[in-house]
Design a protein around this ligand. Structure first.
Ligand SMILES: C[S@@+](CC[C@H](N)C(=O)[O-])C[C@H]1O[C@@H](n2cnc3c(N)ncnc32)[C@H](O)[C@@H]1O
Length: 259
């Protein structure tokens, strides 16, 4: 998400993060357990955004959490979301983390590497600030190239299969690059599929209704007319009602140990 956004876009983005956090909670929690988050003493959440996922991170550890983002506006929201929790909020750029080498037990991020200018530099920085034996964890990073959807609506499918992300400055194919990024940062790396769910039509419908404004805005921004969007929506909802809508959208995780 670019930083030069309007107030309305900012508000929509915060709502979208909240929805995503809810929808991905059951995929992230097993990764927290696998990474040993509970026993970490000092955890860094990089690109914490509005803090909705940091809240989950803090609830899964007995340790102290530092949450970092480079957007002061986002951190204002995070202050409210994380009020009363054992979390310190820091403004900073993930390409130059303002921490000494070998400081944290775990440096974690969620839906973040896809949005940074230089993901290799960021993972290198996360590796630098963890202790030897500590872990860098990317919980969910998508790969839109592996998105499968039926029935087809080509003009809209291509937008949600990566075009919209690329046009907003993100990397829609970050998922397949996770292993490379972690290995090149010198980490002993394990990658896996964090989200392999095929949603039921009921889940698809609920998600669409919650995020309808977001979908319409993206499609308008990508140049579709009101008529085209209406036509797509009608067909989309019809296939959900019929119970035939199929949506597969993998998100990957990586856990890297610093030797
Ligand atoms: C999609 S949001 C994810 C937020 C949160 N991790 C979540 O899952 O809800 C990405 C966040 O990364 C932040 N960000 C982007 N580039 C950054 C950078 N270079 N350093 C720190 N934060 C950055 C943005 O401000 C935004 O809050």
């Amino acid at each position: 998400m670019p930083h030069n956004r309007s107030k309305e876009e900012f508000h929509d983005f915060v709502r979208k993060l909240e929805q995503q956090a809810l929808e991905t909670a059951e995929e992230r929690h097993p990764i927290y357990i696998k990474a040993g988050l509970k026993d970490a003493r000092l955890v860094l959440d990089v690109g914490c955004g509005s803090g909705v996922v940091t809240k989950d991170v803090a609830m899964h550890t007995n340790g102290y959490v530092i949450a970092l983002d480079d957007s002061p506006d986002m951190l204002e929201v995070a202050k409210q979301v994380l009020h009363g929790m054992d979390v310190e909020i820091v403004v900073g750029d993930a390409h130059m983390l303002p921490f000494a080498d070998n400081t944290f037990d775990i440096a974690i991020c969620n839906l973040f590497l896809m949005w940074v200018k230089d993901p290799q530099k960021v993972v290198n920085e996360m590796a630098r600030v963890i202790k030897h034996g500590g872990k860098v964890v990317a919980t969910l990073e998508p790969d839109f190239g592996a998105k499968i959807h039926w029935p087809p609506y080509p003009k809209v499918d291509e937008i949600f299969a990566g075009k919209a992300i690329r046009n907003r400055g993100g990397d829609p194919y970050i998922g397949r690059k996770l292993r490379m990024l972690f290995v090149r940062a010198g980490l002993e790396t394990e990658v896996g599929i964090g989200n392999k769910r095929i949603w039921s039509c009921e889940e698809d419908k609920a998600s669409y209704i919650r995020a309808r404004d977001f979908y319409w805005k993206v499609l308008r921004r990508e140049g579709l007319s009101e008529e085209e969007i209406k036509d797509w929506e009608e067909k989309h909802l019809k296939s959900i009602e019929e119970g035939i809508e199929f949506n597969f959208f993998p998100q990957f995780y990586a856990i890297g140990i610093k030797p």
